[in-house]
Design a protein around this ligand. Sequence first.
Ligand code: TMP
Ligand code: MG
Length: 289
Amino acid sequence: MIPELSNPSVCMRDPQGVEDIIKAMHKAGPNTIQVISDFDMTLTRFAYNGKRCPTSHNILDNSKLISDDCKHQLKDLLDEYYPIEIDSNRTVEEKLPLMVEWWTKAHTLLVQQRIRKDLLQVVVKESDAMLRGNYQLFFDHLQEHHIPLLIFSAGIGDVLEEVLRQAEVFLPNIKVFSNYMDFDEAGVLKAFKGELIHTYNKREGALLNAGHFEEIKFRHNILLLGDSLGDLTMADGVHNLENILRIGFLNDKVEERKPSYLKAYDIVLVEDETMDVPNAILRYLTSTK
Ligand code: TMP
Ligand code: MG
């Protein structure tokens, strides 16, 4: 049905179940489908030529807008909290308060740096941010078939929008839920807007944005893309969900985390820096044969 499902990066707990979901979604047709995707390390690469790629937070952290002292502090936070974020020996309940702590501390530091809105474009241009291989096909295909894409990110909305704009894929079928910056009249960062989104509260974020899901409530079939177990709750706001196909990128600590990813995601893509498998599935779902 889809040759790319035999790629070496693909692991599935239940290949027959995956085939059944894809067939049911294909039968229902493209007008019933919506895509919900995480941003950092899902639409963007985890690594390129052996070097780690930045998250939307890291794009700022590594930029000339941040003092050396603040860079050290942000790096210390990353070294302390990222291992907790991906630790398979801790429960989500244990991680929750620690993630709030990480995001709150990082955002407080960023606000102290008096970041200028007009320089975001420059720092994104100067960064090593990279979308996954063959990302153009992914975005073009969704646009061409009028399939809505919700990008649901615990990163920084202003930065990720700029990454998409510079890659020329910030298309009208895209909606973003993320942490947005609030600037003063002089265009200087003064706070972050609204409820904080971190890795493990996407369910609450989904429920807060009920209006979006209401608008596309006739799309009962979901393709979900994520790289964290927290991303699985991104579809919790969807009305009358019929079929959901969950694709998880397993980028880091592969052997340790594989069992839990196989349990939670229908398709696990191990160290796959491309959009080839999601693209192949979308091609099939929108084909008439
Ligand atoms: P995502 O939901 O778009 O994947 O974004 C969340 C990622 O951002 C998560 O993997 C942790 C990362 N992050 C940083 O890299 N630096 C930070 O300061 C914070 C708060 C999060
Ligand atoms: Mg992510």
